[in-house]
Design a protein around this ligand. Structure first.
Ligand code: ADP
Length: 585
């Protein structure tokens, strides 16, 4: 039983909707009493008719009618109030999860399959989760009803005490089936996500172009078909198994009910019980099926609601555990950023090993290495997206983990090769680089080249980009890159500026121009704040300008120094530099 989830869910309902939640908590036991009162009332009416006892008839009629009316009105009130509570509380939880997802300081959870599965489930978190979870009240009501029914049946004959017991297999099987359906649903989530991703690849202009050219559209569609078939097979098998188990549970109970009716009829014939008792057993026995159906549905929904609440708690704990420290980053760097014995892995083999590196304040540092050597991973650690598995990473002597991660992020600017293509207005796509100054993009748009892009757009900076949020204008790769670069220029005084091959889509002249502007800006913030500029590039014309060049290979630093020092060393750097230089000769 998921008590923590249950406590959390009811706690949130009581906090945000106390009146309505208490009303539901009070109506729950009352709802359990009414069916028993109806059955008793009917028994009294029959017995009163057979014995000619008017007060018993009237008492039975009042009892049955009041209980019936209350059951009807009560269930309607419960339905409406549950809907209202679910809506209000679900909206609060949904809003909260959205905020947590958006502000998680690290992004490690977005690169791990199990976490992505949970995020996918959380995406649907809202009113439905709460209304599913509140089915626990129906479970309690049905449980209480079962106890009352058992007592009433036992008054007719002790053997009938066993009748609800025959419902136990059905309840147990219901729990098994709900677990089975949950497992099937979890097993299909990953396939569903992969299939949707493939669909996006097939239908998004950029990737569709590459798929068409490589004639691999059919290949991608084939994988999607296989995933869909697997998903259908898993769900089909689970549905069949669930159907068979439910049928077995029902048959066991129907046989027992028949036996109970025959026994009561014999007792009535022999005069041991009144004929009205037969009606009581028939009414209650008949309700057992319906109530069990309700119970089984309520159990399934509660399990689903609590599983989703479990995912909500996982996200809450993840957010709390990774919310970083509370210290403010320094106004200006005096010493720099130091990595000591840093190891990192994405959960598999190590990707960075025993990194000892000092990035001096005010320096321009270039990272060089083959694809997969760990350059981007090192950048991600410096930005605070991931935490080292071992070793320390300090900013002017303070561990990065102790700094308020949002405050640190505000002092970092970055432009990545796989930059985002935000489907906002063109000026917004630049301005979100520094949200508080979203309307002051002038200088950044000039420096990063976005101003040139705006000049060619039908409505300048007010033009919507991309197709995701409306019928916007699609840009070329180079134009998107200029938007991304300008976004990186938005942060006025960064302590760390990262350029991870952001000019790959630009031609040589445009790249030269961007780097000139970047170098100029870098000089400004290096003087103002001791900021560090980190370049990841394959172009040696850019790399050689750096104050410090770090050569990575297989996750280790193999060489470190200035251009002149590394050329003189005659190692890997000198070899790579020669290769590129000779290509231009
Ligand atoms: P580079 O930037 O030098 O090309 P990366 O830092 O991107 O290298 O990658 C270093 C290694 O880490 C590669 O072997 C790559 O496959 C692996 N890697 C990168 N990102 C992930 C990830 N999200 N999950 C697992 N492995 C990853």
């Amino acid at each position: 039983m998921r008590f923590t989830e249950l406590r959390t869910l009811l706690g949130e309902c009581l906090r945000h909707q106390p009146g309505r939640t208490w009303l539901l908590l009070v109506l729950t036991p009352l709802g359990a009493v009414t069916p028993g009162l109806t059955a008793l009332g009917l028994q009294w009416i029959v017995d009163g008719v057979l014995t000619g006892d008017r007060p018993t008839i009237v008492g039975g009629a009042i009892c049955a009618a009041t209980a019936g009316a209350f059951a009807l009105a009560g269930s309607r009130v419960v339905q409406v109030q549950t809907g209202l509570v679910a809506n209000e509380v679900g909206t609060v939880l949904g809003r909260r999860t959205m905020r947590w997802c958006a502000t998680l300081p690290t992004t490690a959870h977005l690169e791990d399959t199990e976490s992505l599965r949970r995020i996918e489930q959380i995406r649907g978190l809202g009113p439905r989760t709460v209304s599913f979870g509140l089915n626990c009240l129906s479970v309690a009501q049905s449980g209480l009803w079962l106890v009352i029914t058992t007592v009433l049946l036992a008054r007719v004959h002790p053997v009938l005490l066993a009748l609800p017991l025959f419902a136990v297999p059905s309840i147990l099987l219901t729990r098994t089936t709900s677990r089975r359906m949950e497992a099937a649903s979890a097993a299909t989530t990953e396939r569903n996500r992969a299939e949707q991703h493939l669909f996006t690849l097939i239908t998004e202009a950029n990737s569709a172009k590459e798929l068409r050219l490589g004639a691999s559209g059919g290949y991608a569609a084939g994988i999607a078909r296989r995933l869909r078939d697997e998903r259908a097979a898993i769900l089909g098998r689970a549905t069949l198994a669930v159907g068979a188990l439910t049928l077995i549970g029902s048959l066991v109970f129907v046989a027992a009910f028949l036996g109970a009716l025959l026994l009561t009829a014999r007792l009535a014939l022999s005069g041991t019980v009144t004929p009205g008792a037969l009606l009581l057993v028939a009414t209650l026995g008949g309700q057992i099926r319906g109530q069990l159906d309700l119970l089984s549905q309520a159990l399934t929904r509660t399990a689903r609601g609590l599983t989703m609440t479990g995912d909500y708690l996982w996200l809450r704990d993840l957010h709390a555990a990774s919310s970083g420290g509370t210290l403010a980053p320094p106004d200006r760097l005096s010493d720099g950023i130091t990595l000591t014995g840093v190891d990192f892995s994405y959960g598999g083999p190590p990707v960075l090993r025993a990194i000892d590196l000092h990035l001096p304040a005010g320096a321009t540092v270039a990272l060089v290495g083959d694809h997969g050597s760990g350059k981007t991973t090192l950048v991600k650690l410096l930005c605070g997206f991931h935490r080292p598995v071992a070793g320390t990473l300090t900013v002017d002597g303070t561990p990065l983990g102790e700094l308020d991660s949002e405050a640190w992020r505000e002092r970092v600017t970055s432009a990545f090769q796989d930059f985002s293509r935000f489907p906002f207005l063109a000026r917004e796509a630049v301005g979100v680089g520094d949200l508080p100054r979203i309307d002051q993009i002038g200088e950044a748009a000039e420096k990063g080249g976005a101003a040139q892009v705006f000049a060619r757009l039908p409505e300048g900076g007010e033009t919507r980009l991309g197709k995701a949020l409306g019928d916007g204008v699609e840009l070329s790769g180079g134009q998107w890159q200029k938007i991304a670069l300008s976004r990186a220029f938005m942060r006025g005084t960064p302590l760390l500026a990262v350029l991870d091959e952001p000019t790959a889509a630009l031609d040589a002249a445009a790249e030269y121009e961007v780097y000139q502007r970047y170098a100029q800006a870098a000089r400004q913030w290096q003087e103002a704040t001791g900021g560090i500029t980190l370049l990841v590039s394959h172009r040696f014309a850019t790399i050689r300008m750096a104050d410090l060049i770090v050569v990575l290979d297989g996750g280790r630093i193999i060489e470190c120094g200035t251009h002149a020092e590394l050329v003189a060393l005659g190692g890997r750097y000198a070899h790579l530099y020669d290769l590129q230089a000779s290509a231009y000769r």
